[in-house]
Unconditional design. Structure first.
Length: 166
């Protein structure tokens, strides 16, 4: 698409943001803002009585449907689940298997939002369903975000290909 501009982590554009998938999908700046806004809003639903660190996520499927999630803590910490995996598992459980982008918003319950990167477990979960160039937006707001690719956040990823016999 003419006028589309490729971006790397931290770059902001006016107009279009190139979201590279195998089919070279392109998201508009407004679509990126929309998922960032949803991620910020989902923080309000987080259940965080222990860490008081709220995270929201919005995952855009290739179908155009957006799946949202928030972090949910438990007194038995390993039972807790991150916002990103909540969104991913909702999507997969409803039949979505291909994704265009993920937005994450997080920060202290009573503090300013931070550029909140996914934990290692979430990065690995997304590696199962997303290509290395899958875009992940770390949002403080719908207009203040940084863009990374999954391969930047999870270099030398372990995946299904590692388990196949040659």
């Amino acid at each position: 698409m003419a006028g589309a501009k490729a971006v790397r982590g931290g770059d902001h554009t006016a107009g279009h943001v190139r979201v590279m998938r195998q089919e070279e999908e392109i998201m508009t700046e407004q679509e990126v803002r929309d998922i960032c806004r949803l991620a910020v809003r989902m923080r309000e639903r987080a259940y965080t009585p222990y860490s008081h660190f709220r995270v929201g996520a919005a995952l855009l499927g290739v179908s155009g449907r957006v799946y949202t999630g928030c972090n949910i803590e438990n007194a038995s910490y390993p039972v807790s689940v991150c916002a990103e995996r909540t969104a991913l598992f909702k999507a997969v459980s409803e039949g979505e298997r291909e994704f265009q982008a993920l937005a994450i918003a997080g920060g202290p319950e009573r503090g300013a939002l931070q550029y909140c990167a996914p934990c290692g477990v979430c990065r690995q979960a997304f590696q199962e369903f997303c290509p290395p160039h899958f875009p992940i937006y770390l949002a403080k707001s719908e207009t203040d975000f940084r863009r990374y690719e999954l391969q930047e956040l999870l270099p030398e990823a372990f995946g299904g290909g590692n388990l196949r016999e040659n």
